[in-house]
Design a protein around this ligand. Sequence first.
Ligand code: URA
Length: 232
Amino acid sequence: MLTRARYLEAMGIDVWRRRAAVPEHQTAAPTADGNAVPAVAGMIWEELQRSVAACTRCELHRGRTQTVFGVGDAHAEWLIIGEAPGAEEDRQGEPFVGRAGQLLTAMLFAVGLKREQVFIANILKCRPPNNRDPQPEEINCCAPFLERQIALVAPRIILAVGRIAGQNLLKTSTSIGKLRGQAFAYGERRIPLVVTYHPAYLLRSPREKRKVWQDLLFAKRLYRESMREVPA
Ligand code: URA
């Protein structure tokens, strides 16, 4: 068979060969530079970390000091998802370390959760310039990383903090005011998901802290209920 192909090639006749099936996680996605990068479905944690650190899928890589992968227990039962790194997060390479982050840490502590006990990630792994809202294109480029993180952490509950996180995880344009107070189910594994206000908003509107407190208690109740369910 190979010999026949060689003859045909020597005669200048195009030879078409059936390609071996490429595993899903090895298929390529284009980057902002036009380079191909491996897709992330199927990656293990360390591969994912390396892939995020080297990412050039969108233009945000040009302005970053470093990527912000996420922090905490990679097998946490609680997964907290925010919007995108700010200036301090970009400097330190860790999510939620600025003023809003300190408030988030305090909020979690108030319901008995230490930072090291949960995993904290963002919709975007790179800082948008001047802390502007993430663009749909950037969110699309980054989504496979977050989806893989969610699959690998396999949390019992997801807390989406802020409009951007809530709307993008739930693929909706419903206002955050309406998303609050509801129990959603994320993905095929139907992970309970609760949306609450972003701590940066609470810094501007401290009166809303009471609502976030209610959301956290609600999330805690859903988490406890999930503990009672027998996994299929
Ligand atoms: N705001 C976010 O949404 N994420 C961070 O990591 C910091 C601030």
